[in-house]
Each structure stands twice: as structure tokens, then as C-alpha cells.
Design a protein around this ligand. Structure first.
Ligand SMILES: Cc1cc2nc3c(=O)[nH]c(=O)nc-3n(C[C@H](O)[C@H](O)[C@H](O)COP(=O)(O)O)c2cc1C
Length: 223
């Protein structure tokens, strides 16, 4: 598959077919994705692939925590509020998602159901948890490197006919992941990628997120 084709085809998939993804297929994806560059070739990534009943149990327990009022708490700090154009883009994608899913602005029940969906990994048959060694703190370069790997995983998945959704939400109850997946205490859980065969009929998969054209965010000197 051409690079351009894969870049255009990749999008966030939030509804999956129940079909399992073979270990071999995910292994192929990871084998090529680890060719990603990293700062000083540190390759700071640790990957935990979770599937089947284990992932379902983690999702179920995430929702139990959510429903009991436990506040989600990531191990890695992210900004809570965006401003200006960044806030607007965040709102735009949410509005589109809610319209496609027929979730009214005031419909607290449907909004909660949608939130739960994210906490159960969008019912994907597998998810990849990204982590790194705490000795790499402060980890700004590590975040950069994990981002490069994450995108490579998503693009390699496209080539395998698979959909993905990078989602911080999947790592918001790290205690549940740690209960069922053996992640050493000296590693920090960073993010998640849900992976599986996209359900083409799932409304939210029709979201189309626009991009600011490159010419608007770049300037040239010496050309
Ligand atoms: C670091 C990161 C965290 C994200 N977390 C979530 C999330 O928690 N829930 C979700 O539905 N999408 C999440 N996304 C997906 C973004 O909303 C999506 O990439 C963006 O809207 C662009 O859409 P596209 O992926 O379809 O091109 C995340 C993406 C990134 C890169």
C-alpha cells in the first residue's frame, strides 16, 4: 500500500466487528512499527497487547469504577482544557460524533453510554497499551517517541485491513489495566490503541475530521 493511501485511509475507528485479530497479524504490525525513530535511538516504548476476555474484563471494571464515581486518573498528565482554535477543533469533532450517534445535547443517558463505550475500548477485540520506563522522566522526548510509534502502528494496521483508535480514555483507569496485565510498577502507562476490524455500519466511523491545510501552518524561508 502506498504511503499516501495509508495516510488518507487511517482514521479513528470507534465501532468494531467482533471478529478476533490474530496474534500473528498484530505481531506483524508491531514488527514494522518498531522501525520508528526515537530520540538518540532510546526506543523507550513498552507495549502490552491485551485481547479476548481480559480486555472485556478490564472494560467492565473501568465502567464499574466510572459508575461508582471514581475519578479517572491518568499516570501521565495531560492538559485538562484547551483554548481558542484548539478548543474549537475539539468541540467540532465531538459535535460530529454526537450527531452521527444521535446523542442529544441534553441526553445525559446517551452521553454516559457513549463515554462508557470509550472505557470499554469501543468493543474492539484487542488493545495495545503503551508504557515507558519511569527512569525516562521527565518524559517529553519519550512522549514524542511514543507518538511516532503510535502513528506507525495505526498506519501498519491500515495495511493489514484493520482499524484503530488512539485513545487516552483507555488509560484513564490504569489501576484496572495493572490488575489484569503484568506491568512493572516502575513503568508508566501512557496511552492506548484499540485495534480490530472496523464495522463499516457503525455511525461514528463516518466522522470526517478536517485538517488545516499545510500552507496555513507553514512558512518558508530561503526558497
Ligand atoms: C493522544 C490521543 C488521544 C486520543 N484520545 C481519544 C479518546 O480518548 N477518545 C476518542 O474517541 N478519541 C481519541 N483520540 C482520537 C482523536 O479524537 C482523533 O485522532 C482526532 O479527532 C482526528 O480524527 P481521526 O483520527 O479520525 O483522523 C485521541 C487521539 C490522540 C492522538
Amino acid at each position: 500500500m502506498e504511503f499516501r493511501e495509508a495516510m488518507k485511509a487511517r482514521k479513528s475507528i470507534r465501532g468494531y466487528k467482533p471478529d478476533p485479530v490474530s496474534k500473528e497479524t498484530i505481531q506483524n504490525i508491531l514488527d514494522i512499527a518498531v522501525q520508528s525513530p526515537s530520540a538518540m535511538n532510546t526506543q523507550p516504548w513498552k507495549l502490552y497487547v491485551v485481547g479476548g476476555e481480559t480486555l472485556k474484563t478490564i472494560g467492565k471494571e473501568n465502567i464499574e469504577l466510572l459508575s461508582s464515581g471514581t475519578a479517572p486518573e491518568t499516570e501521565v498528565r495531560f492538559p485538562e482544557k484547551h483554548q481558542g482554535v484548539y478548543k474549537q477543533r475539539q468541540v467540532d469533532v465531538a459535535v460530529q460524533l454526537f450527531q452521527l450517534m444521535d446523542i442529544g445535547r441534553e441526553d445525559q443517558m446517551k452521553r454516559f453510554e457513549w463515554m462508557q463505550r470509550g472505557f470499554r475500548y469501543f468493543d474492539a477485540p484487542a488493545a495495545i497499551v503503551l508504557a515507558y520506563d519511569a527512569i525516562m522522566e521527565p518524559a517529553s522526548l519519550v512522549y514524542f517517541d511514543l507518538g511516532l510509534l503510535t502513528h506507525a502502528i495505526c498506519l501498519a494496521a491500515v495495511e493489514e485491513g484493520l482499524g484503530t483508535c488512539i485513545h487516552g480514555q483507555g488509560a484513564m483507569f490504569p489501576q484496572t489495566i495493572r490488575k489484569h496485565v503484568d506491568i512493572p510498577d516502575d513503568q508508566m502507562i501512557f496511552n492506548c490503541i484499540s485495534i480490530g476490524y472496523a464495522d463499516p455500519d457503525f455511525p461514528a466511523n463516518k466522522v470526517e475530521t478536517p485538517r488545516e491545510p499545510a500552507e496555513n501552518i507553514s512558512s518558508w524561508t530561503g526558497f
